[in-house]
Design a protein around this ligand. Structure first.
Ligand SMILES: C[S@@+](CC[C@H](N)C(=O)[O-])C[C@H]1O[C@@H](n2cnc3c(N)ncnc32)[C@H](O)[C@@H]1O
Ligand SMILES: [Zn+2]
Length: 280
């Protein structure tokens, strides 16, 4: 049977994990099954706040359909450019990690770009939602995916060269711990006028997002790639899927939602800031 050292460590005793065909095992005798879809579960039961944490099946399906339609392709392309700017040594075997990877749309795009550039790397991802990981593991069967928390990563100190955080919780201390000296963090945040036209339909007085770049202790800011586009949403399913991915889904008055539901098309500005930080 083929086994190989995992990117992950045992969440119980902290020893390295070996990946076998259908499970992970540590030297301390702990074992973790790999689900048929290809991900594993490394979040200890006593650290789970609910039985099914994170986004549910319906939310994941809506997001997958929206992303696969290509509306956020410009962000995926920018992330690929950022990854290639950080991985410049053809002799190095890079370790990449997507924290809060969701259903792996960006993870898969980045892996494809590095493959195309002829670079050697391995890729891992965690998310709190097993429904999201099911899709991620299907998109990228060669990568390792685990249910885990960003605030308690099942990874040893200094093992990551490049860490992605795309609209997911910022766990500064854990990111610093797992990144190698000089490793990079790529952190995506919405720009001030992201989804401006959608917001203008939902609210009488839309406000710009707070988008000032923050400094994070232990990191040096290197570069920001700005992505600014207008997308033309086609069909109510895509409009409502995008709405469902936003924080407005929980705080919009009923009239605003009904207005949005009545539309067949919607043109809206999108904007993202892809910040590249280096571990100091
Ligand atoms: C807005 S989604 C972004 C997903 C993906 N990065 C993307 O852009 O398609 C946020 C993700 O963070 C995950 N998440 C939330 N809290 C988390 C935590 N404490 N640890 C790990 N993942 C978490 C959610 O399950 C969800 O998949
Ligand atoms: Zn163990």
């Amino acid at each position: 049977m083929q086994t190989y050292p995992s990117l992950f460590i045992c969440p119980i005793c902290g020893k390295p994990l070996l990946r076998m065909e259908s499970s992970y095992r540590c030297w301390g005798g702990h074992s973790f099954d790999i689900a048929a879809a290809g991900y594993t579960h490394l979040l200890p039961v006593n650290k789970m706040n609910s039985k099914n944490p994170g986004d549910d099946k319906a939310m994941v399906a809506a997001r997958t359909a929206f992303l696969d339609a290509g509306y956020y392709r410009p962000l995926r392309d920018a992330l690929c450019r950022a990854a290639l700017a950080c991985c410049t040594d053809p002799e190095q075997n890079y370790t990449l990690f997507d924290c809060g990877c969701g259903e792996g749309y960006y993870t898969a795009g980045i892996a494809e770009a590095l493959h195309r550039a002829g670079l050697t790397f391995r890729m891992g991802g965690i998310d709190i939602s097993k429904h999201a990981l099911r899709k991620a593991a299907k998109r990228l069967p060669d990568a390792e995916f685990a249910v885990a928390s960003a605030y308690d990563l099942p990874m040893s100190d200094g093992c990551i060269d490049l860490l992605f955080n795309v609209f997911s919780p910022m766990a500064r201390e854990e990111f610093l711990r797992v990144l190698c000296p000089g490793g990079h963090l790529i952190y995506v945040v919405p720009s001030a006028r992201h989804l401006w036209d959608m917001k203008a339909l939902l609210y009488k007085t839309p406000y710009e997002n707070e988008a000032d770049r923050k400094d994070y202790e232990g990191f040096v800011h290197e570069q920001t790639i700005e992505v600014r586009e207008t997308i033309c949403l086609q069909g109510s399913d895509h409009i409502m899927a995008l709405f469902g991915m936003t924080p407005y889904a929980h705080k919009t008055p009923k009239a605003g939602i009904e207005h949005l539901q009545s539309l067949d098309t919607l043109d809206t500005a999108i904007g993202f800031d892809v910040h590249i930080y280096r571990k100091a």
